[in-house]
Ligand binder design. Sequence first.
Ligand code: NAD
Length: 477
Amino acid sequence: MQLNFIANQSVASPSGRTLPVLDPSDGQPFDEIQRSDARDIDAAAQAARACFDGPWSALSAAERGRLLMKLSNAVAAHAGELALLEQRDCGKPTRQAAADAAALARYFEFYAGACDKLHGETLPYQSGYSVLTWREPHGVTGHIIPWNYPMQIFGRSVGGALAAGNVCVVKPAEDACLSLIRVAQLAAEVGFPPGAINIVTGYGHEVGDALARHPGIDHISFTGSPSVGTLIQQVAAERHCPVTLELGGKSPQIVFADADLDAAIPVVINAIVQNAGQTCSAGSRVLIEQAIYEPLMARLGQAFKALRVGPAALDLDVGPLIRASQQQRVQDFLSSARADGIATVAQGRVVDEAPAAGFYQAPVLLADVPVAHRVAQEEVFGPVLSAMPFRDEDHAVELANATHFGLVAGIWTRDGGRQFRMARRVKSGQVFINNYGAGGGVELPFGGYKSSGYGREKGFEALYGFTVLKTVAVRHG
Ligand code: NAD
């Protein structure tokens, strides 16, 4: 049985209720988490406030950095344990779970080094004045985390907030809590004061909503779906609480005829099958220049047919989806594509060892998808790649920008001028040329245009969002 972690204590929710934890590889329950309510959020917010007003703000920036570095080392030392927890909880293949644990350690390492490099400015002003700016923490920050990359998203969100001098109340997704509870315990073990990192589990509409509404939360960092992002904004607007939103994507991989296809093909495929396509930055559309459309589709089709799907511990190309409803969601997209005459070019194979009750979905490559079709517009959040041909640069830009999202784009071409023209014209928060690296890149600011959200996480840039700028003008004559 998993408990909440508040003020460095493992505590049961006063609700007395729990939720089962299912293993996506076999669909069976193996643990329980607390089904918390507003009382748990209140307790966590109070513990966080006491920490912020007390021991946390008494630390110098360098001391905060040393604590974060200790946490990075503890995560690295427990990487195997954390990866196994997340593998069982989320169905991640072994290599992916290990990569996520390594990324978590790296986030804390990066933000450990950033603590004492964040500073304000002095500004030229009228004679007789000195003006300076301070970057102050918001105070108690709330973090609402999705289930697809719990460790990575915790690392970037909580790591940045702590580095900027905030304390944290974290609401993990109900499907993905185990690794984060353990990380908070590790933080306590390495010396984080009680209340610096608090974890409260439960349903989004109950405990997530309570977090967003709580008057003691000074900033909300939300990563999740656009629809819940809208709710968070509405709730936060009532008390003018600042919000950072990392929402979804429908990211294009744009492949020109002059591209190095040997380099592009494995990256294009990995960008949609990694984490079974449950990645906000998944390259879920491939736009292919007309001249190479047929041959490239043939090669992609061959590669798709070779993909194998199975239990997380077998570490195949693709693991299970997170839960039955996600499996159903992907199936619904595929049914509507079939009903509208969209051709499946190729699909991978679920291996015989996969338990029937697991949440498996073979990767699917769809051809000639009309740009307005929902499978080309909405997030499937599964291993489904929509292909469409384009005529020229203008057409490629038109297709690339033809969704409500704008998170990441990949551009594959050897033409240097075209690389920059395309990068300028594509509306997305990150552009990768002849690579597609959003899965890593702790140092690289990440976030969206349009419905992909606003504000930036990752990199040094994130620290600005986790601070309030105060201007101080001194008239000294
Ligand atoms: P979701 O929006 O359903 O849930 C995200 C989190 O919000 C969970 O912790 C959930 O419990 C909580 N939540 C749900 N309803 C809530 C409410 N009414 N009030 C407060 N909190 C609530 O999304 P999901 O299904 O967990 O994740 C998939 C989505 O997340 C996809 O759209 C994906 O693209 C997006 N995502 C984006 C990024 C990014 O960085 N841009 C990263 C990962 C996932």
